[in-house]
Design a protein. Structure first.
Length: 215
């Protein structure tokens, strides 16, 4: 997991399901016990990870203002584009809650991309469509291991390269914003999974926003 280089980005066909195909948790061994139980995962007392079989998603059909509370009178956190900047695919956000506003309108509590890592906000349900994902990734930075889960069951384990001490891999719960096809000569080819996480050290990297990617 490392910052994504802007130079050499090339949009291409996605994998077999729309993005984000995966919900990702990056944590060291000690941090696994502190993974939030309010979204996709919970930690077992023995240090293992329990992953929910499904995660609700909201597909944005247009741009949405993300608010600090389920009301238009609350603070506006950011404007979320309907499409991702690299692949131009629809923006898809993990849904972690629902609420009805005072006027009866439906709101979704979603995980947002960008800084600060793991921040959340409320968007109106209108102008979205519902989806789900059965895929999750858990990255253990201490053992440099990525475990792939499908419907809550571990199906594959891969080795991972993590950030060096000066630019460590952020810990937390993130999602895959885009699946980017790379050229054969690019490091980490054939795909890069551009994450909602950003480097806590690099505010900019090779022309990009210090975005973390899994190659």
């Amino acid at each position: 997991m490392r910052p994504l280089r802007k130079r050499g980005w090339r949009a291409g066909p996605l994998s077999t399901t729309p993005t984000p195909t995966l919900f990702l948790i990056a944590a060291g061994v000690a941090a696994l016990a502190a993974i939030s139980t309010g979204t996709a995962t919970a930690a077992r007392h023995d240090g293992g990870t329990v992953v929910s079989p499904r995660l609700a998603l909201a597909v944005l059909l247009g741009p949405h203002a993300a608010m600090s509370a389920p009301t238009l009178r609350s603070d506006r956190l950011q404007l979320v584009s309907a499409r991702r900047p690299i692949t131009d695919e629809r923006t898809v956000l993990p849904v972690i809650g629902h609420r009805s506003g005072n006027d009866g309108s439906a709101w979704l509590h979603v995980v947002l991309p960008g800084r600060p890592n793991g921040h959340t906000g409320w968007i109106k349900q209108r102008g979205t469509s519902r989806s789900t994902t059965v895929w999750h990734l858990v990255v253990d930075t201490a053992t440099r291991r990525v475990t792939v889960y499908r419907e809550g069951r571990a199906v594959r384990v891969f080795k991972a390269v993590v950030g060096k001490p000066a630019t460590p891999t952020p810990h937390g719960e993130f999602f895959v914003e885009e699946v980017i096809q790379l050229s054969a000569a690019d490091p980490g080819a054939p795909y890069a999974l551009a994450l909602s996480a950003r480097s806590n050290v690099l505010q900019e990297f090779e022309g990009g926003p210090g975005q973390i990617a899994l190659h």
